[in-house]
Design a protein around this ligand. Sequence first.
Ligand SMILES: Nc1ncnc2c1ncn2[C@@H]1O[C@H](COP(=O)(O)OP(=O)(O)OP(=O)(O)O)[C@@H](O)[C@H]1O
Length: 434
Amino acid sequence: MCFLRHFLFLLLPIWVLGFSIFSFAAVIKSEESSVVFVSGTPHEIPISQGMGAQSPGPPIVKVVLREDLNKKILIALIVSSTLLCVTVVFLVYLLLWRYRNLKNSFTGIKQKSDSVKSVSTKPIVHKIDSVSVRKGTIPVYDYQLLESATNKFSDSNVLSRGGRGCLYRAFLDENSSVTVKKLDGGGGEIDIEKQFESEVDWLAKIKHQNIISLLGFCVYRQTRCIVYEMMQNGSLESQLHGPSQGSGLTWQLRMKIAVDIARGLEYLHEHCHPPVVHRDLKSSNILLDSEFNAKISDFGFATQNRNLKLPGTLGNRASEYLVDGKVTDKNDVYAFGVILLELLLGKKSAEKPSSEPESVVTWAVPKLSDRANLPNILDPAIKGTMDLKHLYQVAAVAVLCVQPEPSYRPLITDVLHSLIPLLPVDLGGSLRIL
Ligand SMILES: Nc1ncnc2c1ncn2[C@@H]1O[C@H](COP(=O)(O)OP(=O)(O)OP(=O)(O)O)[C@@H](O)[C@H]1O
């Protein structure tokens, strides 16, 4: 499509030029063929063939001069209109090109140093597979711009410090802030470059209301930055296990968060071809915006390749994955079940009561075999705030999701459709509260 547009734009001036040359040649030719020279006159005087007879004298000379003049005017007109057409087409093309480039950059961003951008990002953009990145629809941020937006990556702007780098709040203008993840090597077994490429590549391809939005990226020397939308309410982990201990999350909000995550996963498993397995789903990778819409983040380990293994961690990973690295969408369903247990019980995915961390699954599942037990082990922050039938239903879904045998676990689409009727209509479900 793009190629066709460029082709047409180039074709137009060539066509105009060609047409002009052709008409010019035609004019000359017609002039030549319509004029004869009468010999024997003091000067050879051209007359029109159609006049038939000779008509010597001053009037004929006058006619010849006017024809000559007309021809010159015609040539001048053709040449100037050709030049005008070529200039206008060129200007229109230039304007469209500029407009497209401006549209691609983030609102209000003035790109400062083109040299930094083109020199440093070229190799990485080639490695990144995504069509959006190649086509340039994902903005490439200037390092200096991010530096000034984060107050030189100052400690006061740090939102969190992770194993792979720091996360900063960045102010691109007075009213809006974004999040900048600065990956600077950190060392260890994690390959920063690969994670950066994987994250940018996935997020450039995946667009869904329940998946974090990628706003752009930056490559500067050894530093890699990824720019995301700001999620004002932080992670689900910090809401559940941080200072507020889940008090900000009502039963209905918890159900909304569960449905949002299931919608995001359903998109990855059912609507991406081939399906995408996130492989690192956990409450710290579920982010909440100002209205508690939940979005899945951290695609550094996501894959469509079923033979890749992650460095193992306890808690959210299914046993078949930890033991023989089998990657299927059912790994994500298991991790979703763990998050559902965290939402119900307010417990971390892996607690450390002693030296050995205990998974919430091994702690809760035996207790949940008797559903009368459930209200006793429920998160105190939501005790007595929901319809018990709904509570039992959600607990049953959670237990199914964390089945040791992957084939016994439901598909995420089934999970989603069993949760939607428990969520009020105004929160995106189908429950009508009378
Ligand atoms: N877009 C965002 N808006 C607001 N807070 C965010 C955003 N992204 C991440 N955070 C916060 O930063 C924390 C760390 O996120 P990050 O993805 O950087 O983790 P990480 O370094 O990859 O570590 P891990 O691999 O353990 O998840 C999140 O748990 C969340 O609290």
